[in-house]
Write a protein that binds this ligand. Structure first.
Ligand SMILES: NC(=O)c1ccc[n+]([C@@H]2O[C@H](COP(=O)([O-])OP(=O)(O)OC[C@H]3O[C@@H](n4cnc5c(N)ncnc54)[C@H](O)[C@@H]3O)[C@@H](O)[C@H]2O)c1
Length: 274
């Protein structure tokens, strides 16, 4: 067998299929939590995985129709349509949690890509919106959910940052800056609240097949196909990740198997940052 074929068969084994990705029985039975960004992509995948493992969830997103679709696969879930960057909307989502019982899970997946231009070309308006959603939206979720976890028996937080939050990025530098803030916000939660029963970790995906990845390529206009080839080629696995592969990492970090893992920023990127 040629070395090329050997590499291809290795790649095949490395891919987690949708069938085998979910779930560990009732791992999260009786646990209550909030998932933001639940209408699409990674948030939807995490929400359905948690629900299939027994969690009772509040699902939040600005996309009301997408939320309804996700909720159809999350038995007993409540939906709150709203903007994560607005305190009043986040408060509504947190209040909805109170109807389900003591809160012990938080996943913040709502996020936007923002402008894919050099920093000097980013408009003030686009910068403010990017940081309002990615940074303030994560903070608001923590602000409203952490006190509830602390008042109960503690809990586990997973924020969705990005590989672009761990290294500089020339394609979307403003996004990179916003995700760097998410990484250190998450680690600061671990540094501050562990004694109160909170574990907080961050998942840092590389390019994952979701609508946001398609937006990343589309933003290159006529060069969209070239950008996709470039992103694929610079990944050691030569492919993009799947939502199921990110979900597996998020559920692991939320679960009891990760009981001594706290304050990490875990790349899920096929080795892109290796
Ligand atoms: N897909 C990737 O390649 C990738 C890589 C690294 C990090 N991420 C991060 O993972 C998270 C999920 O991304 P995705 O790929 O699933 O993207 P996506 O676009 O498929 O989903 C993002 C969701 O967030 C919601 N959202 C956006 N702004 C909102 C707001 N202001 N209020 C409420 N909801 C809002 C959207 O409606 C959407 O449902 C994001 O934080 C993203 O930055 C994604």
């Amino acid at each position: 067998m040629s070395s090329c074929n050997g590499a291809a068969s290795t790649r095949k084994r490395q891919r987690l299929s949708e069938d085998e990705a979910v779930t560990d029985g009732a791992q999260f039975a009786g646990r209550v939590g909030l998932v933001t960004g639940a209408a699409s992509g990674l948030g939807r995948s995490v929400a359905t995985g948690l629900a299939a493992s027994g969690a009772r969830l509040v699902l939040m997103d600005r996309d009301a129709d997408g939320l309804k679709d996700t909720a159809m696969h999350c038995p007993g879930a409540m939906v709150v349509a709203g903007d994560v960057s607005r305190g009043a909307d986040m408060e509504r989502a947190a209040d909805a949690l109170d109807a389900l019982g003591p809160v012990s899970l938080l996943v913040t997946a709502a996020g936007i890509l923002g402008p894919t231009v050099p920093l000097a070309d980013v408009t003030e308006e686009a910068w403010d919106r990017l940081f309002a959603v990615n940074v303030k939206g994560t903070w608001l979720a923590l602000k409203h959910v952490l006190p509830r976890m602390i008042a109960g028996s503690g809990g586990a937080v997973v924020t969705l940052a990005s590989g672009a939050g761990l290294a500089g990025n020339a394609t979307f530098p403003a996004y990179s800056a916003s995700k760097g803030a998410v990484v250190l916000m998450t680690r600061s939660v671990a540094a501050s609240h562990t004694a109160q029963g909170i574990r907080a970790n961050c998942v840092c995906p590389g390019p994952i097949e979701t609508p946001m990845l398609r937006e990343t390529f589309a933003s290159a206009g006529d060069c969209a196909a070239d950008r996709e080839v470039f992103f694929r080629a610079r990944n050691p696995m030569g492919r993009f990740g799947t939502p199921e592969e990110v979900r597996a990492a998020v559920l692991f970090l939320l679960g009891d198997a990760a009981s001594y893992i706290n304050g990490v920023a875990l790349p899920v990127d096929g080795g892109r940052l290796a």
